[in-house]
Design a protein around this ligand. Structure first.
Ligand SMILES: N[C@@H](CCC(=O)N[C@@H](CS)C(=O)NCC(=O)O)C(=O)O
Length: 215
């Protein structure tokens, strides 16, 4: 059985968890936080979550994990069968990660843990996000999912990126990046309606509520 390491508030963890749910793969969740300690880095060499444990060993990095799951458990397929369409999904995943998730992440400590605003990040992040939003506006073809009628990994990346990223841009830049990408709002709503999303979101919200209570 696959073991999934991480925690329910992590958006990357939830990308993998939703994939496991969509593919109805048996898995066990192992609570783990990022660590630069030797023991955890033996599992996840960058010390980040998520990672998974398979019969063959550990895999870290969400995109690599999703490739493993897709090839090991091809049904239902979450990448299109046709090579060009598959590459377009990967293009959206990559742009979402590099030019939306990672720049927005620079403000996570400020937004979610109330640390002082990073002024350098405040200046540097907005133009990167503008390029990312512009690129995605050209690339996605919501109908209702980002690449057509079938849900793909592009939707999984977008769903678990735009929630937190939009919280950042709304608060720091008074800018709704979901509304800025035509069709994205409806696409995210189609994702939110899926049973797999509801299960993942319920665990995420329960963990957030528990953390808020513990403060
Ligand atoms: N590129 C990694 C990113 C994963 C990531 O950033 N995870 C966060 C939690 S959501 C983490 O472990 N952060 C701790 C750190 O960056 O040291 C992936 O695709 O899995």
């Amino acid at each position: 059985m696959i073991k999934l390491y991480g925690f329910a508030v992590s958006n990357y963890y939830n990308m993998v968890k939703q994939t496991l749910e969509e593919k109805a793969i048996s898995y066990e969740e192992i609570s783990a936080i990022p660590s630069q300690g030797d023991e955890f880095k033996a599992k996840s060499p960058m010390g980040k979550v998520p990672c998974i444990e398979t019969d063959h060993g550990f895999i870290s990095e969400t995109a690599a994990i999703l490739d493993y799951l897709e090839e090991s458990y091809p049904n239902p397929r979450l990448f299109p069968a046709e090579v060009f369409a598959r590459s377009k999904v990967r293009e959206i995943m990559r742009i979402t990660e590099l030019y939306i998730e990672l720049p927005a992440r620079r403000h996570f400590q400020h937004l979610f843990f109330s640390t002082p605003r990073n002024d350098a990040a405040f200046t540097e992040v907005k133009p990167i996000l503008e390029n990312g939003v512009s690129a995605l506006s050209h690339l996605v073809k919501p109908a209702p999912f980002l690449c057509g009628a079938e849900m793909t990994y592009a939707d999984i990346y977008a769903y678990h990126t735009f929630g937190y990223a939009n919280a950042v841009t709304t608060k720091l830049y008074d800018w709704d990046i979901i509304a800025a990408i035509p069709g994205l709002k409806a696409s995210l709503a189609a994702m939110a309606a899926r049973p797999s999303t509801k299960r993942v979101d319920a665990d995420q919200q329960a963990m957030m509520a528990a953390r808020a209570k513990a403060k």
